[in-house]
Design a protein around this ligand. Structure first.
Ligand code: S3P
Length: 187
């Protein structure tokens, strides 16, 4: 077993960030990747590149079912790419097949945030078709009720409500160190 104090954290598998829209997966993910000196990618960006189309346009032109199929293909590819930080769209972890694969081949980190924080953050940026409902706060509340029990299967859960970006990254690194040591999965 490596000595965590002497041996800096090395990543040998994808670190998969999950959480609802507005949880900060991409922003935190970029900083985390920078800290750990691994590549960062975002499943939504990869989908847009593969489809030559924005997420909003994919939903509008082809519908959610086609979006989810694309999401699954992109995730299967990214999960085979070894060590990286991977921010995922909020629905990725709800797909049974992808969830099983992510839990087996990656380390899953749920960035957990409360309704007020999510509502405030998602109001800052559009392009999220699921929130075009006329009452995005109520939609987020419904998604929290539906999804949080499933997100709870993550290996690591980080409460982000009272944290800054930097302290969230610190907490993740700390939790990863602990996780790798206690689960015996550390390289
Ligand atoms: C979705 C979340 C979005 C995007 C799509 C669907 C979801 O990503 O994948 O609009 O089902 O929660 P973000 O969580 O990055 O906003």
């Amino acid at each position: 077993m490596p000595d965590v104090a002497k041996d800096p954290l090395k990543i040998d598998r994808p670190l998969v960030l999950i959480g609802l829209m507005g949880a900060g997966k991409s922003t935190v993910g970029r900083r985390l990747a920078n800290r750990l000196k691994v590549r960062f990618t975002d499943s939504d960006d990869e989908i847009e590149t593969a489809a030559y189309c924005s997420i909003a346009d994919i939903f509008e032109k082809y519908g959610e079912i086609e979006f989810r199929a694309l999401e699954q293909r992109v995730m299967n590819r990214l999960l085979a790419e070894g060590p990286l930080v991977l921010a995922t769209g909020g629905g990725v972890f709800l797909n049974d097949e992808i969830r099983t694969r992510i839990l087996a081949s990656g380390t899953v980190i749920w960035l957990k945030a409360g309704l007020d924080v999510l509502a405030a953050r998602t109001a800052l940026r559009g392009g999220r078709p699921l929130l075009e409902t006329g009452d995005p706060r109520a939609t987020l509340e419904k998604l929290i009720n539906e999804r949080y029990p499933v997100y709870g299967e993550a290996h690591i859960i980080i409460d982000t409500d009272a944290e800054t970006l930097d302290s969230t990254v610190d907490k993740i690194v700390e939790a990863l160190t602990h996780h790798y040591t206690t689960s015996g999965t550390r390289p």
